[in-house]
Design a protein around this ligand. Structure first.
Ligand SMILES: Nc1nc2c(c(=O)[nH]1)N[C@H]1C(S)=C(S)[C@@H](COP(=O)(O)OP(=O)(O)OC[C@H]3O[C@@H](n4cnc5c(=O)[nH]c(N)nc54)[C@H](O)[C@@H]3O)O[C@H]1N2
Ligand SMILES: Nc1nc2c(c(=O)[nH]1)N[C@H]1C(S)=C(S)[C@@H](COP(=O)(O)OP(=O)(O)OC[C@H]3O[C@@H](n4cnc5c(=O)[nH]c(N)nc54)[C@H](O)[C@@H]3O)O[C@H]1N2
Ligand code: SF4
Ligand SMILES: [Mo]
Length: 732
């Protein structure tokens, strides 16, 4: 039943229904503006420029403060990553600041009558205890057995701390659970990563293909603004997604591809571009290595061949390839962001990179630009020790960083193989919800000698820690300077809008104080954050006073396009369609298509993504954002709901192939998804009761992702390989 193919394989939207700039975000602009945003008429006592931490885009924010309370957050018009606007989550930052469930004081786990309990502690006691325990682990098992999990801008100070301890076991779920394979695929092909912010020149593009990347729900602020601008200029969008996403609704072509078959489509696109001589021959001649091998490789990868894999009409595959070619080089296939889908993800990203190479768009207006950054010297001080990383049980030939998932696995004994990781320092990661297989992650956390979590909220991760250190929210603290490579170089400042609430402290203070307790104070040689920041700015000959006043300093613009032949950082200095690095590692030098396992009878493939007003579990207890989207829903195709006898709004339970259950979750019955998959937003189904609003709303995709397919190139965890069955929820 679940494997029935949706006949509606292709939707073409006529020119007149392709909407303009305002309408691209219209679905989002109609979100209700609730009471918390109604006091906009007030006159502020002060307006403090800083930048957002509700997600990792880091938009410039202006915080209006009255009577020492932040009452309004707006985009900073001077900041290139917000242009005076914020996404709905950004304006909801006030909810994060004033969430009454926040962590308020350091906590230490203790035993009372044999039972684990939290005990409130002073900072001095909590840091002394943490330092003692970390030193014990280091003495017994070596520094490399201490792992840092880190996400978010404040992680920089904790990286210094863990390196000072002698460990380079530093991992981020934003690598092997997110964009790692994309960066590997592009680095292998162009010698450079796509980066965050992605270096796509959307505002000048004439045609863009989105493979799964669901901008509009994925609400990266300026990426969505760029999309509006492209749309206003008449850019054509091609959306390839098993689900009719927001961006699909703004697209000329929607290709409801069978999940897991994108590489087949990409090879067929390459076939059409070469077969019909539509590729940019000038670019290929000047810059590409391995064109002939690619031409031979995709000779049989016809649209007719791809049809059998993808379910997409050959005529549509041809038409969309021609549309991209007609607009090249101001056309691109978007590299995506959350790309750990089916395990063959670096190869799919290589295929994306290669199709872009055929479109000749690297360094071209409307293609991929060369980002600019502001070089800001570090604070003078001693060099960090060389440090050591742990030895993973599984290794991947072209991994550029250790995988968070493997660190999780190595934290538990495996047969005769003792655990290799003994302590975790966790900064801004909700590891049980973020790593595949929540139950396994919890088992690992229980097995560890010591866990310290630095967080703002009593998230699930803190429930398994020995020590919990409450950080200020971003609106109460300084942080390191921010200068992401972008279209223009800039440097931005995070500074407190209001004083610390409760007994929380800024990350820089926590890391520095902990280093001092560990006898490693020399690696934090500055007096305080202002000393650190102003010294770095002075070394760059930039004014700290101006940065405090404006929140951002934009540097002189430099060329972001290149007309002549390119000199790239690949071994051949060319765009490598054929990768000798891959061949040397025993991997296919050109991307090949591998079919993905099908859902068994009675099961649907589980897909997941983003809500425009939530960021993972960061916001699913946020009073303001929950007012707008209070829970996640399960998208299911209308015909499948009919077969199962389930009505829209029904509460259902989900059970995966390994008998793991979650729910109840409300059904969203819709024509907007294929019949072989279901879809939900990540970050709900919270399990810690201290989250008074978030607890128990909706279902947890994290629980259901018990299986992964590893990326053989860099170790990414393909997570779209889990299947679920659905049953009506019976109230106990
Ligand atoms: N099942 C499943 N797993 C996924 C995904 C998915 O879609 N489904 N998505 C993957 C992706 S794309 C990514 S990038 C990763 C992200 O996963 P993580 O890197 O873990 O990021 P978040 O979920 O944002 O981390 C949230 C934690 O940060 C805390 N936090 C928020 N603000 C602050 C702060 O200012 N300071 C500190 N110290 N803590 C703070 C929150 O309270 C929360 O505990 O997850 C990946 N894992
Ligand atoms: N509002 C909001 N925005 C965010 C975030 C957030 O938490 N909230 N998180 C940010 C982060 S860290 C990331 S990584 C990005 C992630 O955002 P994206 O990179 O845009 O999203 P994904 O989660 O990879 O993809 C989800 C989409 O892929 C589709 N899909 C699933 N399987 C397939 C397939 O086999 N083929 C194709 N073609 N499509 C498929 C799904 O139907 C869904 O529409 O979002 C960022 N932006
Ligand atoms: S995209 Fe939204 S949540 Fe992310 S930094 Fe910008 S305003 Fe904040
Ligand atoms: Mo991500």
């Amino acid at each position: 039943m679940a494997s029935a193919i949706n006949r509606r394989t292709f939707l073409r939207i006529s020119g007149t229904t392709v909407v303009g700039a305002a309408a691209v975000t219209a679905g989002l602009a109609t979100l209700p503006v609730k009471s918390w945003a109604s006091d906009r008429g007030l006159t502020p006592d002060r307006v403090v420029p800083t930048f957002c931490e509700l997600c990792f885009w880091k938009c410039g924010v202006l915080a209006s403060v009255r009577n020492e309370k932040v009452y309004k957050l707006e985009g900073n018009p001077k900041h290139p990553l917000s242009n005076g606007k914020l996404c709905p989550r950004g304006t909801g930052g006030i909810g994060a600041l004033y969430d009454p469930d926040r962590l308020k004081t350091p906590l230490i786990r203790t035993k009372v009558n044999g039972e684990d309990k939290w005990r409130e502690a002073s900072w001095d006691e909590a840091l002394t205890y943490t330092a003692t325990r970390l030193n014990e682990v280091k003495a017994k098992y070596g520094a490399q057995s201490i792992a840092l999990f880190s996400h978010g801008h404040g992680g920089a100070f904790f990286k210094t701390l863990v390196k000072a301890l002698g460990s380079t076991t530093i991992v981020a779920p934003s690598n092997d659970q997110c964009r790692g394979p994309r960066e590997s695929g592009f680095e292998l092909t162009y010698g450079d990563v796509v980066g965050s912010v992605e270096n796509v020149d959307t505002p000048h593009a004439k045609c863009i293909a989105y493979l799964g990347t669901h901008l509009g729900e994925n609400m990266h602020n300026t990426a969505v603004q760029d999309l509006s601008e492209a749309s206003a200029r008449g850019c054509t969008f091609i959306t390839v997604d098993p689900r009719f996403s927001i961006i699909a609704s703004k697209s000329k072509y929607w290709l409801p591809i069978k999940p897991g078959t994108d590489t087949a489509l990409l090879l067929a696109w390459a076939h059409v571009l070469i077969d019909e001589k539509l590729y940019r021959a000038d670019f290929v001649e000047q810059n590409v290595l391995g064109f002939e091998q690619l031409a031979a490789h995709v000779k049989d990868r016809t649209p007719e061949w791809a049809y059998l894999e993808t379910g997409l009409e050959p005529s549509v595959i041809r038409e969309t390839a021609r549309e991209l070619a007609r607009n090249a080089p101001s056309a691109f296939v978007h590299p995506g962001r959350h790309v750990v889908w089916y395990g063959n993800d670096t190869q799919r990203s290589r295929a994306v990179a290669i199709v872009n190479g055929l479109l000749g768009n690297w360094g071209k207006k409307g293609g991929f630009y060369f980002p600019q950054s502001m070089g800001i010297p570090g604070y003078p001080g001693p060099k960090l020790p060389h440090g050591e990383s742990y030895t993973p049980r599984l290794t991947f030939p072209l991994a550029t960083a250790p995988c968070a998932y493997d660190v999780g696995l190595a934290s538990v004994k495996d047969g005769d193989d003792e655990a290799r990781i003994h302590a975790w320092v966790v900064y801004g990661c909700n590891v049980p919800l973020t790593l595949p297989n929540t139950a396994k992650t919890i088992e690992a956390m229980k097995a560890l000698d010591f866990v310290v979590a630095v967080d703002t909220m009593p998230s699930e991760v803190t429930g398994y820690a020995d020590v919990v250190l409450p950080e200020n929210t971003y609106l109460e603290r300084y942080d390191d300077l921010e200068s992401t490579p972008y279209r223009v170089p800039y440097v931005a400042l995070r500074q407190p809008a209001v004083a610390s609430l409760y007994d929380s402290k800024p990350g820089w203070w926590i890391a520095k104080s902990l280093a001092e307790k560990l006898g490693l104070g020399e690696y934090f040689p500055w007096k305080d954050a202002r000393d650190y920041l102003s010294t770095r700015m002075a070394k760059a000959n930039l004014s700290f006073e101006q940065l405090e006043k404006d929140g951002v300093i934009v540097g002189p613009a430099a060329a972001i396009y290149e007309d002549g032949p390119l000199t790239l950082k690949t071994p051949s200095k060319k765009v490598e369609f054929f990768s000798q690095q891959m061949a040397d590692a025993g991997l296919p030098p050109m991307p090949d298509y591998e079919p993905t396992e099908e859902p068994p009878t009675g099961y649907f493939r589980l897909l997941f993504g983003r809500s425009p007003v939530h960021t993972f579990s960061r916001t699913t207890n946020n009073p303001q954002l929950l007012e707008i989207v209070p829970e996640n829903e399960l998208w299911i195709n209308t015909e499948m709901a009919r077969v199962l006898g389930l009505k829209p709004g029904a509460k259902v339970m989900l059970e995966n192939q390994d008998a793991v259950t979650t729910g109840p979750i409300t059904l969203k019955v819709t024509e907007r998804i294929r019949q072989d998959c279901v879809y939900m937003v990540h970050g709900f189904g919270r399990e810690d009761r201290r989250l008074s609003r978030g607890y128990g709303r909706g279902a947890s995709d994290s629980r259901l992702v018990t299986r992964v397919k590893r990326d053989p190139v860099m170790g990414g965890t393909g997570m779209n390989v889990n299947f679920v069955s659905i049953s009506r929820w019976k109230e106990a």
